[in-house]
Design a protein around this ligand. Structure first.
Ligand code: TYD
Length: 215
């Protein structure tokens, strides 16, 4: 695989990872090290269309396996169309969610067999593993309060709606799933306490990345 660096950002809904991505992107660009930012599901034209199906399908019931395959389909496209070429060019890629999300949400959350998802992940990512994964860990109850506070912003209401549809129990299982993954791969997955101010969290993010990015 190319010489670039793939950094993925993971965590339950409302954990604040998107804010951290933009703080890191700004930090890097100020130091003359621009990064390519993308997200899952989405990041490509077809991925954005599938994102709408996955996250805004209204009353349409999606079977859990169908949902899993749609996430994996988006991933297969994103890896081949955007991430692999960027890494080949030596770029730093910041990706908002990646393969670990499917294990946590569809595996631990919905009950799809973990080994099945790991196999699908290997196929979709073409064996690509993030250089480092930052896991923003927060009690889902606190995250829900935070998203409620953002209710009047553009995405706050939509996130809160999604959160409430799944319920607190679902998000607790997802959080547990992420923690299990971090235990399995402590070298790659760094757990960050996300129940702090964005500035404090940003400093910890930089601490994990300083050597890797030479910044
Ligand atoms: P995201 O846009 O990151 O929303 P948020 O900022 O609220 O976390 O994620 C969209 C949703 O997609 C989120 O609820 C998690 C879900 N998701 C899965 O269930 N499986 C997956 O494989 C991925 C990538 C996302």
């Amino acid at each position: 695989m190319g010489k670039g660096i793939l950094i993925t950002f993971e965590g339950t809904d409302g954990c604040g990872k998107t804010t951290q991505i933009s703080l890191l992107k700004d930090y890097l660009s100020k130091r003359g090290k621009p990064a390519t930012v993308t997200r899952e599901p989405g990041g490509t034209s077809i991925g954005d269309i599938v994102r709408r199906i996955l996250l805004h399908s209204g009353g349409i019931a999606l079977n859990s396996l169908t949902e899993t395959l749609l996430y994996e389909g988006c991933r297969a496209q994103l890896v081949r169309e955007l991430i692999q070429p960027a890494l080949e060019r030596g770029e730093t890629v910041l990706c908002d969610r990646f393969a670990d999300s499917t294990i946590a949400y569809q595996g631990y959350g919905r009950g799809i067999e973990i080994e099945t998802i790991k196999t699908l992940n290997r196929i979709a990512t073409d064996g690509l593993t993030p250089t480092i994964t930052l896991l923003f860990d927060i009690d889902p109850k606190i995250a829900l309060q935070r998203t409620s506070l953002r209710k009047n912003s553009n995405t706050g209401g939509e996130n809160e709606e999604r959160f409430e549809k799944e319920g607190l129990e679902f998000h607790k299982k997802v959080r547990q799933g992420f923690k299990e993954l971090a235990k399995e791969e402590p070298e790659r997955i760094k757990v960050i306490d996300a129940n702090r101010t964005p500035e404090e969290i940003h400093l910890e993010v930089l601490g994990h990345l300083k050597r890797l990015l030479s910044v």
